[in-house]
Design a protein around this ligand. Structure first.
Ligand code: DCP
Length: 230
């Protein structure tokens, strides 16, 4: 109950204060989130926050992302604890424009990636319990405003091809099945809305197309995206 109350509570605006909006871009690994953010970064009065993936690849000289892919049972908790911290930090950072567009959210970190590690038997129950208690505490005690989710909907096959092309060292071990599982978790969360609470309205953008067509679609959806978050 408390969780629900906190997340639906709206900040009171002072006279003259403008309402700020937060748009989260969600989608499978290599679905094109970064391209979408780059495209909108040229919009005035809008700030873009990319995912802190560089931090996940280097924390004080360690690479928890690579460790997680090498041995998820041992290192899943390590990576996901750090992901949760860095996402929370992003959500809480002071906004420098009336509209913020950010890559993923603390919600997908938990509902998609942690859930996947746990369900596939790659995260011990005790690790999952610790992460879940952290997540529940954060989301019931801290206001994490999200006004619109833009879901870049792809097929796992398309993501697999893009992943192979971009050749990020840590990700070379990712099989198609991994992307299929992540895809299903996203569909159940945002489309079927049958797994976890959806924190904001969802705008679905088909994202299997080539770059030109994607940029064209972003332009077409510009109004909906920017107004949808109001
Ligand atoms: N990752 C993870 N756990 C999370 C979030 C991400 O294990 N909670 C991993 C998946 C990827 C890497 O981190 O290997 C980067 O993830 P993204 O899909 O978020 O970033 P991309 O650069 O792949 O996004 P895109 O290609 O859509 O721009």
């Amino acid at each position: 109950h408390q969780q629900q109350r906190t997340s639906t509570r709206r900040k009171l605006l002072r006279p003259g204060e403008e309402k700020k909006s937060v748009i989260c871009i969600e989608g499978n690994i290599a679905s094109g989130k970064t391209t979408c953010l780059e495209y909108f970064s040229k919009t005035s009065n809008l700030e873009v926050l990319t995912e802190p993936v560089s931090k996940w690849r280097n924390i004080q000289g360690h690479n928890p992302l690579a460790l997680m892919y090498q041995d998820p049972v041992r290192w899943g908790l390590t990576l996901q604890t750090y992901v949760q911290l860095t996402m929370l930090d992003r959500h809480l950072s002071t906004m420098s424009a009336p509209v913020r567009m950010m890559e993923r959210s603390i919600y997908s970190a938990k509902y998609i990636f942690v859930e996947n590690l746990y369900r596939s038997g790659k995260m011990p129950e005790v690790d999952f319990a610790v992460l879940s208690e952290w997540f529940d505490w954060i989301t019931s005690n801290i206001d994490i405003p999200v006004d619109l989710i833009v879901y870049l909907q792809t097929t796992p096959q398309t993501c697999y091809e893009r992943l192979t092309q971009r050749c990020r060292e840590e990700e070379k071990v990712i099989p198609l099945e991994y992307l299929e599982t992540i895809h299903q978790l996203y569909e159940d969360w945002l489309i079927n809305q049958m797994s976890f609470k959806v924190p904001a309205p969802v705008l679905v953008i088909p994202a299997n197309h080539d770059l030109q067509k994607m940029l064209h679609q972003y332009e077409e959806h510009r109004g909906k995206i920017l107004m949808g978050s109001k």
